[in-house]
Ligand binder design. Structure first.
Ligand code: UDX
Length: 462
C-alpha cells in the first residue's frame, strides 16, 4: 500500500521504517530539512536499536523515501499518518498545534481518491473528530483560493470533494525496543466509524498481524481491537496511566519495605506470580520518566479536570513519583550526612537504558537538587558520554568512562540500568573512590557482589 507518514520523531520514523520493511511504499515527511538530509543518507537521527538497519535496507529496495514536501507525500499516500509531537504545556494539557498544522496541510493538499488519515500521535480524547474538522477547513480554504485565483470562475473549484476518513491508531512502542515492539505488538487498536477505513488499516497491518516479522511466528495472530474514535484515544492514555500507577505502587511498597526491613524485589516476585497482577512493571527504583508517562498522565488528569472530575488516584501516582525521584538524595544524606562539598557520581543519565533520551529523566532532578545542596556532580552514561549530547544537561561533569567517574567520588548513584553496568570492575572503582558507597537506584546490581568489591550498598526497598 502507499503510505505517507508526517513527522519523523520516535513514533513516525519507526512506523514509517517498519511499514516499508514489511513491503509498503512509504514517504516520510518532515519539515526539518537537516533531519531529512540525515535520513536520506540512511542514518537515524535518534538512537534506537535496529532502526538504521531497516531504514538502510528500505532505502536500497526503494520502499522508503524522505522528503520535506507535504503536498507530494499527501498525493502519494492512500494512508496518511499524523505522527507529530504533542508536547505538554505548563498546565499539563497537550500542545496540539503541530497536529492542527499538519491536518490543515493535509486538507489543503488532498485530491484524487479516498484517503485514510490516521492519528498516530497521542492526542487528547476527541481529537479524531477535531482533526476531521480541521482537514475539512483545509479543503475549504483551498477551494476558496482556487475560486479567487480563477476570478470567481466556478470551474476552477476542485473537481470533486476529496473523500477521507479519520482513524485513531495509538502507538504502544517503548523507546529502546521500538522496532521489536512494532513487529511484536500485544494488540493493534483501531478507532473509527468507517468500515472502509478500518478494512484498509487491517490490510496495512496484515503482515504484522500474521506475525510474519515476529520473533515467534507460531504465536496466534495479533489481536485487533476495533473501537470508536474516543475509546481508542482513551486506551492509549489508560494504558500509560495504568503502567505509571503500577510503578508508583511498587515504589510505595518499596518505601514501606525500607522501613520494615522487607525486600521489595522478593515482594515483587511474590505478587507478580499472581496472574491477575503479572510480573512486569514492578521494578522499584527512582521513578518513571521519559517522553510518555509524565506527559500522558498529566494530560489525562487535565482532561478529567475539564469535565469536573478530580482524578485522585492518578494525582497520587504523580506525587509518589515526584517524591521517588529524589529518594536517592534522601539515601545519600542518610549515609554521607552533609552533601556540601561532596562529589557524587551518577551511573547513567537517560530515563531508561538503550535510548539517548533525557526527556523528563529522573537524573535531571537529582542533579539539580545535588547542586542546590552544594555537591559536585559527575556522570557517566554509555550514550551521552559517547555522543557528547548534552541536551537539557547542566551542573554535571560528563566523564568518558566508569572508572574516571569513580575517581575521587564520595558516593555513586546508579540512575539507569544500562546492561554494561552489571559487569564493571567495581573492586577497582571502590579503590578509586574517597568513600565507596553506591546507591542502586534501580535495584539492578547484586548487593553481595558489591559488598565483596568493597562497597557499602544501598538499594531501594531492599
Ligand atoms: C512507555 C510505554 O511502555 C509505551 O507502551 C508507550 O508507548 C510509551 O511510554 P517508554 O517511555 O519508552 O514507553 O518506557 P518504559 O519502558 O515503559 O519505561 C517508562 C519509565 O518507567 C522509565 O523511566 C522506566 O525506568 C520506568 N520503569 C519501568 C520503572 O521504574 N519500573 C518498571 O518496572 C518499569
Amino acid at each position: 500500500m502507499r503510505v505517507c507518514v508526517i513527522g519523523t520523531g520516535y513514533v513516525g520514523l519507526v512506523t514509517g521504517a517498519c511499514l516499508a520493511h514489511i513491503g509498503h511504499d512509504v514517504i516520510c515527511v518532515d519539515n526539518n530539512e537537516e533531519k531529512v538530509k540525515i535520513m536520506k543518507a540512511g542514518q537515524s537521527p535518534i538512537f534506537e536499536p535496529g532502526l538504521s538497519e531497516i531504514m538502510q535496507s528500505a532505502i536500497q529496495t526503494g520502499k522508503i523515501e524522505f522528503s520535506t514536501d507535504l503536498a507530494a507525500g499527501v498525493a502519494h499516500g492512500e494512508i496518511l499518518f499524523i505522527a507529530v509531537g504533542t508536547p505538554p504545556l505548563p498546565t499539563g494539557e497537550s500542545d496540539t498545534r503541530y497536529v492542527e498544522a499538519v491536518a490543515r496541510g493535509i486538507g489543503a493538499n488532498l485530491n484524487g481518491g479516498y484517503k485514510v488519515i490516521v492519528n498516530k500521535s497521542t492526542v487528547p480524547i476527541g481529537s479524531g473528530d477535531w482533526v476531521r474538522m480541521i482537514v475539512l477547513d483545509g479543503i475549504a480554504e483551498r477551494q476558496k483560493n482556487l475560486v479567487t485565483a480563477g476570478g470567481g470562475v466556478i470551474e476552477d473549484k476542485l473537481p470533486e470533494l476529496p473523500q477521507f476518513d479519520v482513524v485513531s491508531n495509538p502507538e504502544f512502542l517503548r523507546e529502546g525496543s521500538a522496532v521489536y515492539d512494532t513487529f511484536n505488538p500485544d494488540r493493534i487498536v483501531l478507532g473509527g466509524n468507517s468500515p472502509r477505513a478500518i478494512a484498509m488499516m487491517q490490510e496495512l497491518y496484515a503482515p504484522i498481524v500474521e506475525r510474519k516479522f515476529a520473533e515467534n511466528q507460531s504465536l496466534h495472530p495479533v489481536p485487533i481491537l476495533a473501537t470508536d474514535l474516543s475509546s481508542a484515544e482513551m486506551i492509549k492514555y489508560a494504558a500509560n496511566a495504568f503502567l505509571a500507577t503500577k510503578i508508583s505502587f511498587i515504589n510505595e511498597v518499596a518505601n514501606i519495605c525500607d522501613r520494615v526491613g522487607a525486600d521489595v524485589t522478593q515482594v515483587a516476585k511474590g505478587i507478580g506470580l499472581d496472574s491477575r497482577i503479572g510480573n512486569k512493571f514492578l521494578q522499584a527504583g527512582i521513578g518513571w520518566g521519559g517522553s510518555c508517562f509524565p506527559k500522558d498522565v498529566a494530560a489525562l488528569i487535565h482532561t478529567a479536570d475539564d469535565y469536573g472530575y478530580e482524578a485522585q488516584l492518578l494525582k497520587s501516582a504523580v506525587s509518589v513519583n515526584e517524591r521517588q525521584r529524589l529518594i536517592a538524595l534522601e539515601k545519600l544524606q542518610q549515609v554521607l550526612k552533609i552533601l556540601k562539598g561532596k562529589t557524587v557520581g551518577l551511573l547513567g543519565l537517560t530515563f531508561k537504558p538503550d535510548t539517548d533520551d533525557l526527556r523528563d529523566a529522573p537524573a535531571l532532578n537529582l542533579i539539580e537538587q545535588l547542586n542546590r545542596l552544594g555537591a559536585k556532580v559527575k556522570a557517566y552514561d554509555p550514550i551521552v558520554s559517547q555522543t557528547g549530547m548534552r541536551h537539557g544537561l547542566s551542573g554535571v561533569l560528563v566523564e568518558t568512562d566508569a572508572e574516571r567517574l569513580a575517581d575521587g567520588c564520595d558516593a555513586l548513584v546508579l540512575v539507569t540500568e544500562w546492561q554494561q553496568f552489571s559487569s564493571l570492575d567495581y573492586a577497582k572503582m571502590a579503590q578509586l573512590m574517597s568513600n565507596p558507597v553506591i546507591i542502586d537506584g534501580r535495584n539492578f546490581l547484586d548487593p553481595e557482589t558489591l559488598v565483596r568489591a568493597g562497597f557499602q550498598y544501598v538499594g531501594v526497598g531492599r
